[in-house]
Each structure stands twice: as C-alpha cells, then as structure tokens.
Design a protein around this ligand. Structure first.
Ligand SMILES: [Zn+2]
Length: 90
C-alpha cells in the first residue's frame, strides 16, 4: 500500500502521532494529493512528515494508514503501521 501512488488511496487517511509533544492528528490522503499531486508514494512522503506544533517540528513516532475511521460503519477496518518507533512497553 505504501508503495502505491497516493492518488490510488483516495479516502484513506493517516493517523500521525508525535512522541515529543503528544500531538495526534489525522491527515487525509486527499489533502496530500492536493499538495503533492497523485503520483508520489507514502514511502516518499512519510519520511518528510513533521509535527505541526509550532515549536515542535519533530518527526512522528507513529504513523498508521487507515481506510476509514474506526467509529464509522463501513468495510472491514484496514490499519497499516508505516512508522512505529515507540519505545517498547516495560
Ligand atoms: Zn510534536
């Protein structure tokens, strides 16, 4: 999935979590298409993601790709971990 052009992931979204300031946000793929066009892949875009907190700007520790919001009805939930550098629980 991460190697498909983002134009083929219309309607999907990213859950992006910052480890530094705990910011969590949803980034719709459609918005990424508006910004970068349909051709790039998530393999190209995800490493460029930074926290939107004005003074944070850290790379995310967790990025999940989802086909829909878990609370909404719809097809089976697909959730793909693209980045996960969270420290292991102890
Ligand atoms: Zn942050």
């Amino acid at each position: 999935m991460a190697r498909l052009p983002i134009g083929e992931l219309a309607g999907w979204h990213l859950m992006v979590s910052c480890g530094a300031c705990r910011d969590e946000r949803i980034v719709s793929i459609n918005r990424l298409v508006d910004r970068y066009g349909p051709a790039p892949t998530l393999v190209q875009i995800v490493p460029r993601l930074r926290c939107a907190g004005a003074r944070c700007r850290q790379p995310p520790i967790l990025v999940k790709l989802r086909n829909r919001f878990p609370v909404h009805p719809g097809p089976p939930l697909v959730e793909i971990f693209l980045v996960d550098t969270r420290p292991a629980p102890r």
